[in-house]
Design a protein around this ligand. Structure first.
Ligand code: ADP
Length: 487
């Protein structure tokens, strides 16, 4: 059965992206096409999106009834195809046609009218779900994160027969809160302000709307789906998530295996595959040279490609750098974020440049060379909904050394004796997430690295694991169908 699905998101690669949400929203429609799902993607018409719409000769449609007056300004819907996706861009200029980040003003603070902006997105998602557009009507509306959360409430409160609904959590840390008084201008009914509606600790939460009113809730890994149902990981939503029971599940993300392809990557000094692993040595040497490290082929080279934040646990790594260098290993780091971490790693590199190399900044090409050159990629995250860097590492023959949490736990197979004997191991996991456990994991990694055959087998097992969007797309397609045809 062919399915029509409307995806509602505040960003989607390649038109507009600030993080993993954009990657997923951009990649899923392409992967779902192979599963018989025809997806159209509704995003706000930020300046870059308007430009893409104009370049693609977009059809200009009237906004669905119920959107324009609610947003307090006139606007259109641009319908166009670009980059293999079918886009619907919500063009309400006074809300979306402004320079800078989709979410933040130049002062780094949330745009003050974010409630209105993303309520308009939710309203448009709901109206397209109910009325369709250009004779196309979705069977399912799939909304992402708090910015699209109101779609579910508007559909539920419409009182009309509605399409099935899915809500995906990419980041539970953002509740999308607004004052309760916003209920009236946003035309939500009185019950929306109650516990059974969108009320969340004295505010309205757009995220809660998605959790409360969607037929299914997904997040980006099975382990994270369990973790968010606990008080420790639930950010205040765990009670509601537990109450939703079986409606909550985890579907892993994939990566773009064309953009991340070690056999044809212009950022690598030497492309390679599972059968030509030895060629990686040239990438390692290039990376060591680039970062000013001693160019030593047999020295264990750890890597980090990450935002430098508390979530990523890199303060723990900073703490155990003396242990890393004592092992005789090297560290290549690419990252940007919190100032104290940037300064800490810079200082460590200045003090020991032959063993520690640090590049502060965001550099896509260097990220590829890192994955193709380091021996092991360190990911000591305190929480990690899915994580993409360890998937890139697997695909590039870098052995991931990860905290046993969220998507990291679900995508890396720990090199315990049984997994090594079975030839299944792809990396090293550690728990609890402490400096001591990280030190032990680095020590374990060094011992594995010294066993050349075991190490090479871990690399090839990683290279052969499927980190594409194919499996995840099959999961989503099955989920959509399960809503329409309950067992
Ligand atoms: P998060 O979305 O929480 O930052 P993920 O692991 O899910 O973490 O995704 C991060 C993505 O951003 C990965 O593809 C990674 O390669 C990339 N990335 C992170 N930091 C940098 C950097 N400094 N330079 C280049 N790419 C980076």
């Amino acid at each position: 059965m062919s399915l029509a699905v409307l995806s509602v998101a505040s960003e989607a690669y390649p038109l507009i992206k600030t993080g993993g949400l954009g990657d997923v929203a951009g990649a899923l429609p392409l992967a779902l096409a192979a599963e018989g799902v025809q997806m159209r993607t509704l995003i706000p018409a930020y300046p870059a999106v308007r430009r893409a719409a104009q370049a693609a000769g977009a059809r200009v449609l009237d906004l669905p009834v119920g959107v324009a007056d609610q947003a307090g300004g006139r606007g259109n819907l641009f319908a166009f195809s670009a980059h293999g996706l079918d886009w619907l861009a919500l063009d309400i200029p006074h809300l979306f046609d402004r320079p800078g980040s989709p979410y933040l003003g130049s002062d780094g603070r949330d745009w003050p009218d974010n409630p209105q902006r993303f309520a308009a997105l939710g309203r448009a998602g709901a109206e397209i779900g109910l009325q369709g557009v250009e004779g196309w009507k979705p069977n399912i509306v799939h909304a992402h994160d708090w910015q699209a959360g109101l779609t579910a409430a508007y559909l539920a409160y419409s009182g009309q027969p509605r399409p099935g609904t899915v809500f995906t959590i990419h980041n539970l840390a953002f509740a999308g809160k607004m004052p309760l008084a916003q209920r009236v201008p946003l035309r939500l009914p009185p019950e929306a302000a109650s516990m059974d509606g969108l009320e969340f600790y004295g505010s309205l939460s757009l995220l809660k709307s998605g959790l409360q009113f969607s037929d299914r809730i997904t997040t980006v890994s099975p382990s994270y789906a369990s973790e968010i149902c606990t008080p420790e990981g639930g950010m205040g939503f765990d009670g509601l998530l537990r109450a939703r029971g079986d409606a909550v599940s985890g579907v892993l993300n994939g990566i773009d295996t064309l953009a991340w392809n070690p056999t044809a990557d212009p950022a690598l000094s030497a492309p390679f595959d599972a059968k030509t692993l030895k060629k990686r040595a040239a990438n390692k040497a290039a990376l060591q040279a680039r970062l000013g490290l001693a160019v030593e082929p047999d020295t264990l080279l750890f890597g980090v490609v990450s935002r430098l934040t508390w979530q990523k646990g890199l303060d723990l790594l900073l703490e155990v750098l003396p242990e890393l260098t004592e092992l005789g290993a090297q560290l290549a780091m690419l990252g940007a974020g919190d100032r104290p971490l940037e300064d800490g790693f810079r200082a460590a590199a200045a003090a020991n440049p032959s063993q520690i190399g640090v590049v502060v900044g965001y550099d896509e090409a260097l990220a590829h060379l890192m994955q193709g050159g380091v021996d092991a990629l360190l990911v000591p995250s305190r929480f990690e909904p899915c994580g993409l860097t360890q998937l890139c590492a697997l695909r590039y023959g870098a052995v991931p050394v990860v905290a046993r949490v969220g998507g990291l736990a679900d995508t890396v197979i720990d090199a315990n004796p049984a997994a090594i004997a079975a030839g299944a191991a792809t990396g090293v996991q550690f728990s609890p997430i402490t400096a001591m456990a990280l030190t032990q994991a680095m020590g374990r990694t060094a011992k594995l690295y010294a066993q050349k055959a075991v190490w090479a087998k871990m690399q090839t097992s990683g290279l052969n694991s499927d980190v594409s969007w194919r499996g995840p797309a099959q999961h989503y397609a099955a989920l959509y169908r399960s809503i329409l045809q309950p067992a």
